[in-house]
Ligand binder design. Sequence first.
Ligand code: P1T
Length: 393
Amino acid sequence: MRNKYSQYGFDTKAIHAGETPDFRDGATGDVVVPIHLSTTFAREKVEEPTAGYEYTRSLNPTRKALEEKLAALENAKYAFAFSSGLAAETSVILALLKAGDHIIASDDLYGGTKRLFNKIFNEYKIEVSYIDTIDILNLEKSVRPNTRLVWLESPTNPLLKLSDIAAVSTITKKEGLILVVDNTFLSPYFQRPLSLGADIVLHSSTKYIGGHSDVLGGSVMLSDDNLYQKIQYYQNAVGAVLSPFDSYLTLRGIKTLGLRMQKHEENALLIGAFLEEHPNVRKVIYPGLKSHPQYDLARKQTTGSGGIISFELKGNIDNSKHFLESLHLFALAESLGGVESLIELPALMTHASVSKEEREAIGITDTLIRLSVGIENIEDLITDLKKALDTYL
Ligand code: P1T
């Protein structure tokens, strides 16, 4: 699907899309889109909103610029900016599903997404089956007469499992289902799910897209006119929109997305190799390493593996806590995708809302550690990890 920036490379789109200087009468030729804080827009004639603007929840110039940039990055026709990743998920599901509908989802998903599905949407009679979406036959068998949507994270959070998006899309197309891919972990720099057959791409733009751990947001990109109309209606009617200031911060962050992703990956590859050699590490999970069971699929459907690494420490949960608390550069914090390195224990932090049985069934153990590798100097990051790994047991 072409949009007006399709002819340009990724970094050109990241910098220019949505921010073309305006030279019309009265305009000032801003190179950077202004932060339009006005919540309402006056008109001269009752039935003629000024340039289409009425009220910021429905349309705001700064958010519109961001939405154009987001669409360009995923090669989509349309994009929406929401106030968080979960707000984006909520708005998409409300727009597309009704009571009695069924979702098939990856068994390993961000804990907050599972909580939204299990604790909120279940109350509204939307059922979810969690399956291993690596297994295409299993996916096909799980389709029911009331299934409407397949929801993938690829790679998943935190186990970094991949789904073959093109293969899944042949099934969703055959069965008339909507395929949603949460592309948060790779960003559009490394993976474009729409080109692999997905209908909707979703991001927590709090992560790589914003990139600086200073703005919460969610984005949705798509090219189908019908789905666009439905989600647009809900974006306004539900009202979980991104603010003008947060739109500006996200626009600013995106300009370096390509550069940042390259450095995140460069550092992650070196840290992955270092961890694989360390005697106190049981197992490293990173799709950029040959040891990843889906290394070949990663090469086929992505152009890079990003900055998230999960690994199993030797020892028990207390050893893990000791390790996490003895790092200096890796901040012990939830979230990911910012320029600074973060580390966390999914079982007690990002996935604490997933039951212990469920965590154990899918492999989120008490000693599984998740790293969000930042863009600091690699020697400093490895020294920090080495000191803590050599001494925590
Ligand atoms: O935090 P929010 O912007 O609402 O995004 C939710 C979300 C959606 N999808 C994925 C894959 C995510 O990782 C997240 C948020 N994740 C974290 C906060 C985390 O530390 O994993």
